[in-house]
Structure formats: structure tokens, C-alpha cells
Design a protein around this ligand. Sequence first.
Ligand code: NAP
Length: 243
Amino acid sequence: MKLLEGRNAIVTGGAQGIGRATALMLAEHGARVVVADLDERTAQAVVDGLPQGGAAVRCDVRDPDDARAAVAACQDLGSVDVVVNNAGITRDATLRKLTMADWDAVLDVHLKGAFLMSQAAAAVMREQGRGAIVNISSISGKVGMIGQANYSAAKAGMVGLTKATAKELAHRGVRVNAVQPGLIRTAMTEALRQDVWDQKMSEIPMGRAGEPEEVAKVVLFLASDLSSYLTGTVLEVTGGRFM
Ligand code: NAP
């Protein structure tokens, strides 16, 4: 019996990077996956490669109607067992230069997006008496990063969201946990300047960046019954950075 046999999952921002690796990991362990992303064509390409199939939905997590539509697409598969709030962007600038537009953009995608998806999914999970929500925060939300006041605030906010919703939903059989990845090789980090990359590498006790699959494996753990007695926790996937 596979870990997620017969379960249905939603992964936001699942068209690439950590989200794509997560969709593939959950599917490999038996889940059918709704890949919800701004880019429906790339999301469909991911779904086409999943063993049990699933659905691709064009979803802007900032839009409550899109969030509800993603949940409805998962209900069409039979249930809403797992939601991974992974969609994300960066708009880095120091406080001196950070615009309100870039503040709002980052807070909206990460924090408002995770709230809207959690609200839409929890309405179904409460009635099912079962569910797991996994919020992809960041180690930036634990330590704060220079040039990332917006991102660090959003990712710290996701920890508060995780703990509050974990407490609200625990008695209905719904668990909520968060993951804080460190430096992971994706399009988001490929854009980093070499000197910034080198500085980050020097902070990692394990001496290497992580791969998207190494985050996905931890999401699988939190999404499955392997973590049946965990809720409101934050797992750091950082190679020991900022432990
Ligand atoms: P990525 O490769 O840039 O992927 C992010 C995905 O989110 C993209 O497919 C993007 O779609 C989608 N997205 C952006 N805005 C969206 C919206 N409003 N609605 C729906 N989807 C949206 O990034 P990644 O590195 O895999 O990051 C995934 C998550 O991990 C993010 O939350 C990020 O903050 C977090 N994280 C990453 C790292 C790292 O080192 N990479 C470290 C810590 C935390 P489009 O491309 O179509 O816009």
C-alpha cells in the first residue's frame, strides 16, 4: 500500500521548481494531484507526467474564486486530502528602496494566498474529518534576510498562519505544518548573483545547496500518515543552515 494511495492533493505553484517536485513526489506515492499555477500550460505538462493523473488548473492564489476553483477541481477527484501552499515570488530590495507595490505583491502571493487556499480547503477537510495542509515557508522567515523585508515578513507570517490554523482544525482531524527550505536549486535561486550564492553556500554546514526533491520528501512526510501526530510544527530543510 502506497503512503498516499487513494488520496487527492493540491499543489499551488506546482508547474516548476519545488512545487513540481512535490507534485511528482506525492503522485509517486499514490496521490492524484491538482497542479494549480498561473501557467496552466506548464501545469498541464506536469499533470501529463503523473502516474495516476490529476488536473491542471489556472490559479492565481491571490484570488479567492481561483482558490475555491482549485479546491473544487480536487473535490471532483473525490476528496481534498492534502494542500501544499507553495506558490511564491520574490521582489528583493532593501528597506530604503522597497516599494509598496513590491511589499504588497510578496505578501499577497505568500501570505494572503496561503490563507485563501487554507480557508477554501479547510471548509471541505473539516467535513471529511481528515486533511493535511503543508505551508512552504522559508528559513528567511526564521532569521530575516537583508533585502527581503517583504519576503521574510511573509514567510514568518506563514508560520503564524500554520500554528493558528493547526489549533483551529486539530479537533476536526486536519493537521497543518510548515516547511522552511534553505538554499534550494530552482529558477528562484538561479537568478542570484554569484557572490550572493557563494555567501549563502558558506553558511551551510552540509556544504551544498538542496535539491527540490529533498524538500518534496519532507512535504510527503507531512502530507502522509507518517506524521499522524504532528501539527503546528515547522521543519527546516536547510542542510543545517541557521539551525
Ligand atoms: P519557482 O521555481 O519560482 O516556482 C514558483 C511557482 O509559483 C511558479 O510556478 C509560479 O508560476 C508560481 N506562482 C507565482 N505566483 C503565483 C500565484 N499568484 N498563483 C499561483 N502560482 C503562482 O520557485 P521555487 O524556488 O520552486 O519556490 C517554491 C516555494 O518555495 C516558494 O514559496 C518559495 O518562496 C519557497 N522557497 C524556495 C526556496 C529556494 O531556495 N528555492 C527557499 C525557501 C523557500 P509562474 O512561474 O507561472 O509565475
